[in-house]
Design a protein around this ligand. Structure first.
Ligand code: TYM
Length: 333
């Protein structure tokens, strides 16, 4: 493909500074970002206002924001090529959220799967912020006139809602927003929990259900060793009947850059234990550089501060241009 001839597009995506970033976040989102930043106009956000829509620890939030920034840098997001910034540093996100709320039907928010899941999880303790979460996400995306939103499967519905909000706004007030589209990997868009492979791997579940991007060799060995596998002993991909081994095959395939078919052939007649040992070794080798680089960035907090300050300046310039258009078209003085 003559990719150098393709025109550069505006990309936007983000991660919440909550819990520990895991290989699902990496394979579903960050890995795509690194490839996309080479030829596109990328904006990557640390979405702290989203992270406070469920109970959280204020003392830890600041630390988490810096940690996610260090994670972006350690994983290979280059601040010379991409804009990296913190959502709450750009007040236009709050302003646009309010304005978009006025054209978003309550029914659209009530049917969001993530809202329904989180409502169940947090029982009666549901804030209006959690309900309006997808509108803030739409504001994130639309402020930057985003064309593509690289995310995991679980965010597809939110990106589709952002597109619908943009379409509705343009129809009502005139052409203002670019219509965004989700970009989702064919493989890796939904990495499953190690303990319960029918559920997605999640930052908010117990540590043994996920491989953190910065886990030590010991942690990786232990977690992969005790990952749920299925009955039978063949190493074959069959997500319906063998969700455990299928998930491990997906992870192996993406980190080794081998197809699942090749791995099935390589492991024909071998047992789960050998497969798991090799997978653990592979992950230890592939994740080691992330740990080293993250530690280097964390030892240098001024650099993180500088990246976020410069990122905010670039993000603000784009956001302000959009907001001027929005205020004018909505008839605000
Ligand atoms: P968050 O912080 O839950 O997750 C960050 C990214 O990781 C993806 N992801 C996964 N991919 C594969 N397998 C998994 N098990 C897995 N778990 C998470 C998510 O799909 C996501 O791409 N609402 C968003 C953050 C956000 C955002 C935005 C994203 C706020 N504003 C604007 C894009 C554009 C969220 O909570 O992601």
């Amino acid at each position: 493909m003559k990719s150098e001839k393709l025109k550069s597009v505006r990309i936007f995506s983000g991660i919440q500074p909550s819990g520990d970033i895991h290989i699902g976040n990496y394979l579903g989102a960050i890995k795509q970002w690194i490839a996309l930043q080479e030829k596109n106009d990328c904006v990557f956000c640390i979405v702290d206002w989203h992270a406070i829509t469920v109970p959280y620890e204020p003392k830890l939030l600041r630390q988490k924001i810096k940690e996610v920034t260090a994670t972006y840098l350690a994983a290979g997001i280059n601040p010379k090529k991409s804009v990296i910034f913190v959502q709450s540093h750009i007040k236009e996100h709050a302003e646009l959220t309010w304005l978009l709320n006025t054209i978003t039907p309550i029914g659209d928010l009530q049917r969001m799967t993530q809202f329904k899941d989180k409502s169940k999880k947090y029982g009666g303790n549901i804030s209006a912020g959690l309900f309006n979460y997808p509108v803030l996400m739409a504001a994130d995306i639309l402020l930057y006139q985003t064309e593509l939103v690289p995310v995991g499967q679980d965010q597809k519905q939110h990106v589709e809602l952002a597109r619908e909000i943009a379409r509705r706004f343009n129809a009502k007030f005139g052409d203002t927003f670019t219509l965004p589209q989700a970009q989702i990997m064919k493989i890796g868009a939904k990495i499953m929990s190690l303990a319960e492979p029918t559920k997605k791997m999640s930052k908010s579940d117990k540590p043994e259900t996920r491989i953190g991007l910065f886990d030590t060799a010991e942690q990786i060995k232990k977690k992969i060793g005790s990952a749920t596998t299925d009955s039978g002993k063949e190493i074959e991909y069959n997500p319906e009947q063998k969700p455990g081994i299928s998930n491990l095959l997906t992870i192996y395939s993406l980190f080794a850059n081998k197809t699942i078919k090749d791995l099935e052939n390589e492991y024909a007649g071998k047992n789960y234990q050998t497969f798991k040992q090799n997978l653990a070794e592979l992950l230890i080798e592939k994740l080691a550089p992330f740990r080293t680089k993250k530690a280097e960035f964390e030892e240098n907090p001024e650099q993180i501060g500088k990246v976020l300050k410069e990122g905010a300046e670039k993000a603000r310039a784009i956001a302000q241009t959009t907001m001027e258009k929005v205020r004018a078209t909505m008839g605000l003085l």
